[in-house]
Design a binder for this molecule. Sequence first.
Ligand code: H2U
Ligand code: ZN
Length: 345
Amino acid sequence: MPFDFTEHPHRRYNPLLDEWILVSPHRSKRPWQGGRELVASDTRPRYDPECYLCPGNIRANGERNPDYESTFVFVNDFAAVLPDVPRAQSGESPLFGVKSVRGEARVICFSPRHDLTLAEMSPAEIRIVVDLWAAQTEELGDRFRWVQIFENRGEMMGASNPHPHGQIWSTDSLGAVAAREDQQQRAYHDRHGKNLLHDYARQEAHIGERCVLENENWLVVVPFWAVWPFETLLLPKSPARRLPDLDDGQRTSLTDIMKRLLVKYDNLFEVSFPYSMGWHGAPYDTEDIAHWQLHAHFFPPLLRSATVKKFMVGYEMLAEAQRDITPEAAAHRLRESSEKHFKLP
Ligand code: H2U
Ligand code: ZN
């Protein structure tokens, strides 16, 4: 019997993280009698007087938001990292490692409208967010080695507030995932003289079966090594190191492809699709960044409906990540998903 990717359990390699994942395609038909998430009825007002992020409102720490008309950035009132921290260093024992971390955490409101999401915002409004992400990266990159832009969307992903917003945590050290991606891209570049994700995007575009969307400058794939059921990777088609490097045309086509991807996500289960997404641009600690390719990860937790999500438990916590539905099947479903938002008449 020949090996069949769509039938037989196998492991796939993630070259960005130097990790393996278990794929069990035969298992995707198993019945589900476990937990279902509640679909929160999405009847948010345009303005919520109780919201900490709406224009003109008072935040949890007593400060008043300006009457902003497009986007608004402020230093997180409950920041996970702080700019002034005394130095700490590990002692003699290798078993109690510690390092101090210096950083700054910001919150970024994508829109004054409490009832929108990025998926429902217009391309012109999304473009303003893209430009803001780039400007923030540039500014914070002057002071910190790593600028982590991210968005937790939806209650299921732990978002503390439904107002459209994201965060930026900048730190003087690379987080573990960032450090691993840096190391892996560097090793590939040293060995092959080429850029890992640039090579990967070219090969995926050629193969096609994991591609979800493509335009002039960008490609969206469900990566060969995806862990989350509908995980995607957004890749530039030509070399790009960081968001601020993108020219006007690249930003316009980025806006276009993000909008299309987010609408497809919402349409998949006709729900405002929860996810964590974020950007990985080259670190700012060195000029030696030819190995880096800018990219964004989208990690949505939903598995088979608006109410059944994937759990990262048991085997995943103890051995390695596992998935049932194949990345190819997920990409197929996302390709089929409409580009007209289900809420539109
Ligand atoms: P999340 O929804 O991803 O948790 O992001 C919201 C952030 O906003 C969260 O980190 C901050 C929280 O600390 N926040 C403020 O800084 N001020 C507020 O008044 C409310 C929330
Ligand atoms: Zn609000």
